[in-house]
Design a protein around this ligand. Structure first.
Ligand code: TMP
Length: 207
C-alpha cells in the first residue's frame, strides 16, 4: 500500500484556512484521492477535550507551559490514532494546523525557545512531519479584523496585537528554512489565493 500524504494549512486567525481547506478538498476529489480531515488542537475524542481546555476563556489562568503541553498532548493523540493510520491505509490527510502552529504561537507568541519545543516535539512526533504545508500569510491587523467580524474571539484570539506579530514573524522565518512550507499571500483576493493554492498543489502533488 502506497503511503498517503499529509497536507497542512497554517496561518493566524482570519487568514482564510477554512476556504483554503475547501480548495484542497476539491483538488483531491477531482483526482479521486481518498482523504480525511483533521484539526489541531483536537480531532479525536480525547484531543477535542484538550482543545476545549485550551480554547475556552476561563477564570483560572492557563499557564504558558500548560498550553504548550496540551498542544502536544492533543497532537500525540491525533497523530497516533488518526493521522498515521489514515496515511498507512493510503489516504491523504488535510490538517487544519499541525506542529508549525506550536512553533509559531508557543515559540514566537509565548517566546518558548527552540530547544524547549524541539525536545517536546521529538518526544511527541519522533521525526514525523507533513509532506506539504501551506502557510497563509496575512497582516495580523487584517486577519484579526476578519476573525472579529465572524464572532466572539477565543482565549488565544484575545491576545494583544504584538503577540500576533511575533507569531507571524516566526511563521515567516520558519517557512523560509523549510522547502516543504509554501507561503501564500492571504491578503490577495480570494480568487487569487485559491489559484495560488491550486498551482502549489499541482506542482507538488503531481507524479
Ligand atoms: P483554530 O483551530 O480555530 O484556529 O484555533 C486554534 C487556536 O489554538 C488558535 O488560536 C491557534 C492556537 N494553537 C496554538 O497556539 N498552538 C498550536 O500548536 C495549535 C495547533 C493551535
Amino acid at each position: 500500500m502506497v503511503q498517503g500524504k499529509f497536507i497542512v494549512v497554517e496561518g493566524i486567525e482570519g487568514a482564510g484556512k477554512s476556504s483554503a481547506i475547501s480548495v484542497i478538498e476539491n483538488f483531491l476529489q477531482q483526482r479521486d484521492v481518498a482523504f480525511e480531515k483533521t484539526r489541531e488542537p483536537g480531532g479525536t475524542v480525547i484531543a477535542e477535550k484538550l482543545r476545549a481546555l485550551v480554547k475556552e476563556p476561563s477564570d483560572e489562568q492557563v499557564t504558558p507551559e500548560c498550553e504548550l503541553l496540551l498542544m502536544y498532548a492533543s497532537r500525540s493523540q491525533l497523530l497516533h490514532n488518526k493521522i498515521k493510520p489514515a496515511l498507512d491505509s493510503g489516504k491523504y490527510v488535510i490538517g487544519d494546523r499541525h506542529d508549525l502552529s506550536s512553533r509559531a504561537y508557543q515559540g514566537g507568541g509565548r517566546e518558548f525557545n527552540d530547544d524547549t519545543i524541539n525536545t517536546i516535539a521529538d518526544i511527541t512526533l519522533k521525526g514525523f512531519k507533513p509532506d506539504l504545508t501551506l502557510y497563509l500569510d496575512i497582516e495580523p491587523e487584517l486577519g484579526l479584523a476578519r476573525a472579529q467580524a465572524r464572532g466572539e474571539l477565543d482565549r488565544i484570539e484575545q491576545e494583544k496585537i504584538d503577540f500576533f506579530h511575533r507569531v507571524r514573524n516566526k511563521y515567516l522565518s520558519l517557512a523560509t528554512l523549510d522547502d516543504s512550507i509554501f507561503i501564500v499571500d492571504a491578503s490577495q483576493t480570494m480568487e487569487q489565493v485559491h489559484r495560488d493554492i491550486q498551482n502549489i498543489l499541482g506542482e507538488q502533488l503531481s507524479g
